[in-house]
Design a protein around this ligand. Structure first.
Ligand SMILES: O=C(O)CCC(=O)C(=O)O
Ligand SMILES: [Fe+2]
Length: 364
């Protein structure tokens, strides 16, 4: 009898719950070539997708050879509340392989549901890579996969990718990944993903994960490689021009209008009759005017996240905002002067006002 979800969902055992593991030495992964066409086959909308022939027979063979050389761990006996997993595994952090895997997957990936009705193209594979080997009678009990956040990028995973390195073509019997529509696990509510060599199985994980298991291998050896797949963080605004996004359109419009408004104010200040503070105020407006195109570009979701252009423009923007602060302070000093004659003595009143506040601030 498979484990009941009961009070809480049966999670993959602690060491399989997609929490990044202590880094093991990274093996040299075999070469994987890009594939021209890999049609995606949706088995269950927003839940299970198959990409057949993601790896060819030679690539699968090379992976299995690599797995055979690794110091695989046989699962220790399960603890309370953990899913039963009896197989051999090698787990590691490999950002390089995760990037390679993702670059090959990306051209063939459909947009995936992020959980709030929005579909997005995934952005990365998590570097937590696992290699599995199941011998006859081994299996992975029913469980749910957890989401993980990649600390380097902040991407939260929403899907699992599982690539079968061996399958029925190799004489493997049993070992299919089973998905249950209900926790009762009735045969009518069970979806069986065919165990086909080279197929990449994408399935939803985290909050919307279906209860699933790696069924018992009856004959032959099942090998697979798996990684979590991340989608954009929820708070991100898709870059303008991508997936029909207008970027941060409100920011773009307001900054655009502000540019014209501030130019108008600069002109009006020029014509101002007041003897004191005119130049300072105009300088403040000009500095503010300079910040606006940078605000528009850096906060408008127009540029690629992490790109050199965005970093450079953000640095200039931050510098201008700091300058704006000092200019504003200077305007405040000028505006509080006592004798409005424009000479240095007019600053006296400001000094007299500010000095007593300093000890008060220090006491706080
Ligand atoms: O090997 C399988 O078929 C299932 C593996 C799995 O569920 C997992 O790695 O979380
Ligand atoms: Fe799983």
């Amino acid at each position: 009898m498979a484990k009941k979800a009961g009070s809480g969902k049966q999670q993959a055992s602690n060491d399989t719950a997609r929490k990044p593991q202590a880094t093991q030495s990274t093996p040299t992964f075999p070469h994987i070539g890009p594939k021209v066409t890999i049609p995606s086959h949706v088995i269950l909308t927003d839940q299970i997708i198959l990409l057949n022939n993601f790896l060819n027979a030679l690539e699968c063979q090379a992976f299995i050879k690599m797995i055979e050389m690794l110091p695989l761990e046989l699962t220790p006996p399960k603890k309370r509340g953990e899913a039963e997993r009896v197989n051999y595994r090698f787990s590691m952090q490999s950002p390089t392989f995760a990037e390679k895997l993702f670059s090959l997957l990306l051209p063939h990936l459909p947009q995936l549901d992020t959980g709030n009705g929005i579909r997005r193209r995934p952005v990365a594979c998590n570097p937590n890579i696992r290699l599995y080997k199941y011998t006859p009678s081994q299996h992975f009990g029913a469980h749910y996969d957890d989401s993980v956040v990649d600390s380097a990028t902040g991407y939260r995973s929403e899907w699992t990718i599982l690539v079968y390195l061996s399958g029925v073509e190799d004489g493997v019997e049993g070992g299919e990944t089973l998905f249950y529509k209900t926790e009762k696990r009735k045969p009518n509510d069970t979806i069986t993903a065919p165990l086909t060599r080279g197929t990449a199985l994408l399935h939803r994980h985290g909050q919307h994960c279906m209860l699933h298991e790696g069924s018992k291998v009856l004959k032959g050896i099942k090998n697979s490689v798996t990684a979590p797949v991340g989608i954009n963080p929820d708070c991100g605004i898709t870059r303008a021009g991508q997936e029909g996004s207008l970027g941060n359109i409100a920011n773009i419009i307001v900054c655009g209008l502000s540019i014209f408004l501030v130019i108008g104010l600069v002109v009006l200040v020029e014509r101002r009759k007041a003897a004191v503070g005119r130049v300072e105020f105009r300088t403040l407006l000009i500095i503010y005017l300079l910040t606006l195109p940078f605000q528009l570009l850096t906060n408008g979701s127009l540029l690629e996240q992490g790109s050199t252009a965005l970093v450079a423009l953000t640095a200039i923007h931050a510098g201008l905002v700091a300058t704006l602060f000092w200019s504003l302070l200077f305007n405040a000093l000028v505006a509080t002067q006592f004798v409005e004659d424009g000479t240095i003595s007019s600053m006296l009143a400001s000094v007299v006002q500010i000095c007593p506040t300093v000890p008060c601030l220090m006491l706080h």
